[in-house]
Design a protein around this ligand. Structure first.
Ligand code: FES
Length: 263
């Protein structure tokens, strides 16, 4: 991926290929190859890629970097198939939040391209895909045979850390990282009553991002940052007490994210 050089000439425009998730190096290399193809296809300025959910670099970090480097125009190309209905809403809100976080930066104007399914070229792409089908039928790999058993762990609590778009953009990865290191540090998986954790897709109340939910009681926590997840570990998981300052009870009324020092 081309490095941003803020010390010399800075191109005015950057183009960001936006994919949803990646957890493997192979997927990152695929994105890098696509960026290379994009660069050779025409005048796109500085080209790069980002992920809207899981994966690095996150769109938030890329946008911060482009703002810091002085780009004044960013085109985001969403490689999303199918397109998510709420995509425009969350990206507008995320950009607003990032600008608010770093108001001292001169933020670029952002424009968003059409998703693949709305472009005329999708017909040729689908035809190419259909023509690419090989002659060998899929066989059952040895890895699919069940020859190794699994332990079913004891657990009192299950902590879900939302990694939907809004939560990811509000810092879910930091919350997840802190929870996992606390689990390891305190040996929560194997001592006491047992705590397991999992990343999830959207848990519902996106405007309270980042959202964490603790079972078996199902307590929703909103606006969770790294110190917040520490509190949840210390109070809820270790002592069984809900952290009221971060908790949101189910309600028919829309709830706004509270400032941390509000009751
Ligand atoms: S994306 Fe996290 S609650 Fe919707």
């Amino acid at each position: 991926m081309e490095r941003i050089d803020s010390s010399s000439h800075v191109p005015r425009r950057a183009t960001v290929l936006l994919a949803k998730s990646s957890i493997t190096g192979a997927a990152d290399r695929e994105m890098e190859a696509l960026v290379g193809r994009l660069q050779s296809a025409g005048d796109v300025g500085h080209a790069t890629y980002a992920f809207s959910e899981q994966g690095s670099p996150a769109l938030r970090d890329v946008m911060m970097g482009l703002a810091e480097a002085g780009f004044d125009e960013v085109f985001i190309l969403p490689c999303l198939l199918p397109m998510e209905p709420g995509f425009r809403v969350w990206i507008d809100r995320a950009l607003f939040r990032w600008r608010t976080e770093r108001p001292q930066l001169s933020w670029p104007s952002v424009r968003i391209g059409e998703p693949p399914a709305r472009l005329a070229g999708i017909d040729a792409l689908l035809q190419d895909m259909a023509a690419s089908v090989g002659s060998d039928p899929v066989s059952t790999p040895a890895s699919a045979r069940h020859t190794v058993g699994s332990l079913v762990p004891a657990q009192r609590y299950r902590v879900l850390v939302c990694h939907g778009g809004p939560c990811n953009n509000a810092g879910a990865a930091l919350v997840w990282g802190r929870l996992r290191s606390d689990q390891k540090r305190l040996k929560l998986r194997t001592t006491g009553e047992g705590v397991m954790s999992a990343k999830t897709s959207c848990l519902g109340p996106c405007n309270l991002a980042p959202v964490v939910q603790v079972f078996p009681d199902g307590t929703y926590y909103g606006g969770v940052d790294e110190s917040g997840i520490n509190q949840i570990v210390e109070e809820h998981l270790l002592k069984g007490c809900v952290v009221a300052a971060l908790a949101y009870a189910p309600s028919d009324v829309r709830q706004l994210l509270r400032a941390r020092d509000e009751p």
